[in-house]
Design a protein around this ligand. Sequence first.
Ligand SMILES: [Zn+2]
Length: 247
Amino acid sequence: MPTTGSPWPDGKQAAISLTFDDGAKSQLERAIPYLNKLGLPGTFYLNPRDDWRERLKPWREVAAAGHEIGNHTVGHPCSRALWGQEHGLETMTLEQLESDIVTAEERLREAIPEQTERTFCYPCYYHHVGSGRDRQSYVPLIARHFIAGRGGTCNLGFAVAPSGCDLAYLEGHPAERLAGYELIGLCERAAARGHWLLLVFHGIQEGALAVADGDFRELCDHLKRFEDRFWTATVLDAAKRVKAWRG
Ligand SMILES: [Zn+2]
């Protein structure tokens, strides 16, 4: 594994992956038109459930525009610790979880046949099934099925080092309630270190984990204006590059 040099193309200082979870309406209405206008790619993690054929229809065009559509499971299983719900990751087995993820994959492939590769996103950032003595990580399961998986436990301004990160659990940095200057600051800090920043968005101007439209645009404008320094890439493309660089 190399310890010198950088995996990022054309002398760029950092990789920035703009990732979006749960298929919020504002992603289609606000984020994607702006990303398309600037020519920046994003990664959108969807849950193909309910009337999934209908719900995935607009996303085929999103994939055709160069964005990545990622797997976020069908059922979005989270820890029971979050809401005290009856069923959650603590009551699931690895086999049940794998079956859910494979079903999501089959549906995404049917709805968006042009896209044959994708990355995974851990619902609610958790990566376990069971509890106590029976608790197990499901990161190895993701490593078997995907080139990379994005989690979300990165905070305090950290990004991930391409030389040392676990592609099967890449720590994402939640973007909710951050201002444009704070989002830009995270990118600049990643650039100073040569790192890969995976920002996690949910709604733009929508929902409990919102980022304001103006703040999102300010970030995108910065990435575009300084594209000689920032490589804005889908998680899939950045993961492939890191993997190839490591050799
Ligand atoms: Zn989610």
